[in-house]
Design a binder for this molecule. Structure first.
Ligand SMILES: [Zn+2]
Length: 416
């Protein structure tokens, strides 16, 4: 009983609310439309057109329970109403999937991902780091959940060869301004580029730039929104530290971003607009989010919209040759002992490998299905891959996208 209460409360605190009705409705759509869709789709092979490949994924939360099993766990106390120690999350996970041999090594949490990196060899690896990296004790008042990873555990980010962490999310300031400053220092000190948070508004808004020999640059802008739980008070303003806060999805906001991007973009650059947006659960894409994504591509010369915040992957669209990942899901976290939203399969996620041609159009989008289990990223089991395939095809229908599952249990996107 107590565990049910704890689990329910924790799920609620992470922003969850069930919208299972929508799932059921979507699942009853006619299969005939799917067959029709197939015949209109075109396969976009990468042969001869590969120029640059990006790896993107959703939320990577290496704080709290994950931090606790790494070589340098931080202090375990929490300020959550139903959980007073991070060890509670480790205990819940171990109760479900068995004991962990602790400490794990830094690469452990990435599980099967490095083998995929080795196989696909993306030029740039970008994640949304959904935690502060700090020992600060200044928990943000009035916030139910506070994530932090000990700075000495930062090798777990570099162990996966991550080039860039986007930070404009609802956890980077969980441990106050000292916590934010330390997060920025530790990540930069480890050679990781950051975007979306800074010591002042100019630094928070500045893109991360990754130069690639002979392939131009990847320029990453990161934005956080209230729809994903980023408090307005976290907006960097003048000399005040904070996140690159996107106040709304208006044309005016898109056009202001367009001015900034046009000033920064050089010929041959690939521009990523990484946005923490939308609710934690559900598949419906609000019209304003879709219109905003289109405007970023049409008016701001954005090459890929990297959306995240939903605890599960969402639909994919390709607009004028530019991909929009509406929600990339949770790639790594300590939630596996928490129940309450199983119908969304938040244990499942995707590694997104986006290959662009020399003109900056999407040439190929391959995905590797994954599952969080035992605090690590695993290749998804067969049933999980099939579940994701069905979901992507169901949710992609309004956007004329679908996936083919290829024999190695990875997906290739088809689009019109
Ligand atoms: Zn978030």
């Amino acid at each position: 009983m107590r565990r049910r209460l704890v689990n329910g409360a924790v799920a609620w605190l992470t922003g969850g609310f069930a919208t299972g009705l929508f799932v059921a409705r979507e699942a009853t759509r006619a299969a005939g439309a799917e067959a029709k869709q197939m015949s209109r789709s075109v396969v976009h092979p990468d042969a001869g057109s590969s120029h640059l490949t990006l790896f993107l994924c959703g939320d990577v939360m290496t704080g709290r329970g994950i931090d606790q099993v790494l070589p340098h766990p931080g202090k375990p106390h929490l300020f959550e109403p139903y959980m007073r120690s991070v060890r509670g999350y480790v205990a819940l996970a171990e109760e479900k999937t068995g004991p962990l041999k602790r400490p794990v090594d830094f690469a452990y949490v990435w599980g099967d991902a490095p083998a995929e990196f080795e196989r696909v060899r993306p030029d740039v690896r970008i994640i949304n780091l959904e935690t502060a990296v700090t020992t600060a004790e200044d928990a943000w008042p009035g916030k139910g959940i506070h994530y932090r990873m000990h700075p000495a555990n930062v090798p777990c980010i570099t162990a996966a060869g991550i080039h860039c962490c986007v930070l404009a999310n609802n956890h980077v300031l969980d441990w106050g301004y000292d916590g934010l400053r330390e997060t920025l220092d530790v990540l930069r000190g480890a050679g990781i580029r950051v975007a979306g948070a800074g010591r002042n508004d100019a630094e928070a808004a500045a893109p991360a730039i990754i130069e690639l020999t002979g392939k131009g640059r990847v320029v990453v802008f990161s934005f956080g929104t209230e729809s994903a739980g980023v408090p307005r008070a976290w907006a960097a303003h003048g000399n005040r530290a904070g996140v690159n806060f996107l106040p709304d999805f208006s044309e005016r906001s898109a056009d202001s971003i367009a001015r900034q991007i046009r000033a920064a973009k050089r010929p041959g650059d690939i521009v990523v607009a990484s946005i923490h947006w939308g609710s934690n659960w559900g598949y419906e894409i609000p019209d304003e989010q879709r219109a905003f994504a289109h405007r970023l591509i049409d008016a701001a010369a954005v090459d890929v919209v990297h959306g995240h915040s939903s605890h599960h992957p969402q639909a994919i669209e390709v607009h004028r040759g530019k991909p929009i990942l509406y929600g990339c899901g949770d790639f790594l976290n300590d939630y596996e002992g928490i129940s309450g939203h199983e119908s969304y399969r938040p244990d499942l996620a995707l590694m997104y490998f986006l290959t662009f041609d020399a003109a900056g159009s999407l040439a190929r989008l391959a995905m590797t299905p994954t599952q969080i289990r035992r605090f690590r990223v695993n290749r998804a089991p067969d049933e999980g891959a099939r579940w994701l395939e069905r979901m992507l095809n169901r949710e992609g229908r309004p956007y004329s996208t679908r996936v083919d599952r290829v024999p190695d249990n990875t997906f290739l996107l088809r689009w019109r």
